[in-house]
Design a protein around this ligand. Structure first.
Ligand code: FPP
Length: 241
């Protein structure tokens, strides 16, 4: 098993598609929400592992713009889980110096959840440890469309010249404008697709698709994947130096 990289070769920003909660629950004859609750418990372990393996930014996909298609029971259960997670974990995250941010379109979220999200962002704004970004009602295409709308408004108002729209200016309008691009994207549960996650930002990310279902994903496996990343050669479209 490769050792975690500690000499700056490891990924600074890891993004995770936490997949497999439903199957994990079904395998145990339990409702899907049981799997989501088990999945939520895993988040703490992975956040706590980040400083040990040199990961400064962790971005996790909690609810996509497409997840509204699930049953009303599952959607309501997930929203309630997010509210409870924030209420339960806020103190621990703050105590562990974790800066929490949320990305995604808040418009469709309930007011109580939005308030909790805002409060947690404010509470942890001065934290200087791991940057945890939680994507709720997030979709990469939706994010680019919303960004383009704001960009177009700036052009229409004369604040931005069309000639200045380029690869540097457009990302300033994305939800992730203060974050570096992910170096490594991990997806659990054996599915090999990106499902509309961080489309713009992951253009040159490395990918790891692992069979483990999210509720079984451990700090040891996370650390092992970080170690494997250190063995990869990233060329960004260039050639070997
Ligand atoms: C995908 O698994 C998982 C989700 C849509 C929800 C992710 C949520 C959590 C991990 C828990 C809550 C997170 C936080 C931050 C509190 P799936 O349901 O699609 O699994 P399946 O493919 O096996 O059906």
């Amino acid at each position: 098993m490769p050792k975690p990289i500690r000499d700056g070769k490891g990924p600074r920003h890891v993004a995770i598609i936490m997949d497999g909660n439903g199957r994990w629950a079904t395998q145990r004859g339990r409702p899907r929400l049981f799997g989501h609750h088990a999945g939520a418990k895993r988040v703490r372990e992975i956040v706590e592992a980040c400083p040990d393996v040199g990961v400064k930014y962790l971005t996790i996909f909690a609810f996509s713009t497409e997840n509204w298609k699930r049953t009303q029971t599952e959607v309501a259960g997930l929203m309630s889980l997010f509210r409870r997670y924030i209420q339960k974990e806020a103190r621990a995250l703050f105590a562990e110096n974790v800066r929490v941010r949320f990305i995604g379109d808040r418009v469709k979220l309930d007011k109580k959840l939005i308030t909790l999200m805002d409060e947690l962002e404010v509470m942890t704004a001065g934290c200087t440890g791991v940057n945890l970004t939680i994507a709720i009602n997030y979709g990469g295409r939706d994010e680019v469309a919303r960004a383009t709308q704001r960009l177009a408004q700036d052009v229409a108002a004369g604040r931005l010249c069309p000639d200045d729209v380029n690869e540097e200016t457009l990302p300033k309008y994305l939800d992730t404008c203060v974050l570096p691009d992910p170096d490594l994207v991990i997806r659990t549960s054996g599915e090999a697709r990106i499902s509309n996650f961080l489309l713009w930002q992951s253009a040159y990310a490395e990918y790891e698709f692992v069979d483990t279902l999210w509720p079984d994903f451990s700090a040891a496996e996370f650390s092992s994947l970080i170690g494997s990343y250190g063995l990869r050669e990233r060329r960004y479209g260039g050639v070997k130096a």
